[in-house]
Design a protein around this ligand. Structure first.
Ligand SMILES: Nc1nc2c(ncn2[C@@H]2O[C@H](COP(=O)(O)OP(=O)(O)OP(=O)(O)O)[C@@H](O)[C@H]2O)c(=O)[nH]1
Ligand SMILES: [Mg+2]
Length: 219
């Protein structure tokens, strides 16, 4: 944990030749257990889907460098634990210095949508009045023939919380908004310090980011 925190602080506080030190942006992925946070992150980092996962304990970190409009920026993704017992000692670390949040729910699990206000409230409590730029992501939209959270209802909820809204699938990205495109658009906005609210959806053929590193912390 301390390594991560110090690298964040280093990146923002030390001067130095811009071409040697990439800016770091921390994105955290939050939501109920089982909504697919790990699968979405895995998809982003490897381009693949894993069917069998285990509940995340503490947090999984992944880092990659993205080339955005000629600048290399480092994205540090925190795949957090949805289960209370696996996250309670970590919560304040999740939110510390976060630049953006992906709030994730499962489109086939109404309860995971109903939980969102609790997650948003937790974020408010830990971000000391700072409005962390956020996006709302409905995952598993490849699952058809089951009851689903209405996209209209979700979009209104997102609007009410000043977030852009996407529906995606870690399993089958072509069934919704492509999660790689979502990350790239968020990265562009963070780099340019622009709000996320009016993010466009569906921008295809953006460069696929490079895999850089992965580490796990369950402290
Ligand atoms: N059909 C389908 N299944 C998915 C998708 N994403 C995740 N799953 C499945 O959902 C289950 C839970 O996924 P995880 O990524 O482990 O969920 P999580 O949100 O990380 O859960 P915690 O780590 O406990 O917080 C796994 O069995 C996945 O295979 C998706 O887009 N479509
Ligand atoms: Mg997980």
């Amino acid at each position: 944990m301390s390594e991560t925190e110090s690298s964040l602080e280093l990146s923002s506080s030390l001067p130095g030749p811009g071409h040697l030190r990439s800016r770091i942006f921390k994105i955290i992925v939050i939501g109920d257990s089982g909504v697919g946070k790990t699968c979405l992150t895995y998809r982003l980092w490897t381009g693949r889907f894993i069917e069998k996962t285990e509940a995340t304990i503490g947090v999984d970190f992944r880092e990659k460098v993205l080339e955005v409009e000629g600048e290399r920026i480092k994205i540090q993704m925190w795949d957090t634990a949805g289960q209370e017992r696996f996250r309670k000692s970590m919560v304040q670390h999740y939110y510390r210095n976060a630049h953006a949040i992906f709030f994730v729910y499962d489109v086939t699990d109404e309860r995971s949508f109903q939980s969102l206000p609790v997650w948003i409230e937790e974020c408010r409590r830990h971000s000391r009045g700072y409005d962390v730029p956020s996006v709302l992501v409905g995952n598993k939209c490849d699952l058809h023939g089951v009851s689903r959270v209405s996209a209209d209802v979700a979009r209104k909820f997102a609007e009410a919380h000043s977030m852009p809204f996407f529906e995606t699938s870690a399993k089958s990205p072509q069934d919704g908004d492509n999660v790689e495109d979502i990350l790239m658009m968020v990265a562009q906005r963070l780099k340019n310090q622009k709000p996320l609210l009016d993010l466009p959806v569906g921008a295809r053929n953006l460069p696929v980011p490079n895999v850089e590193s992965r580490s796990t912390c369950s402290c």
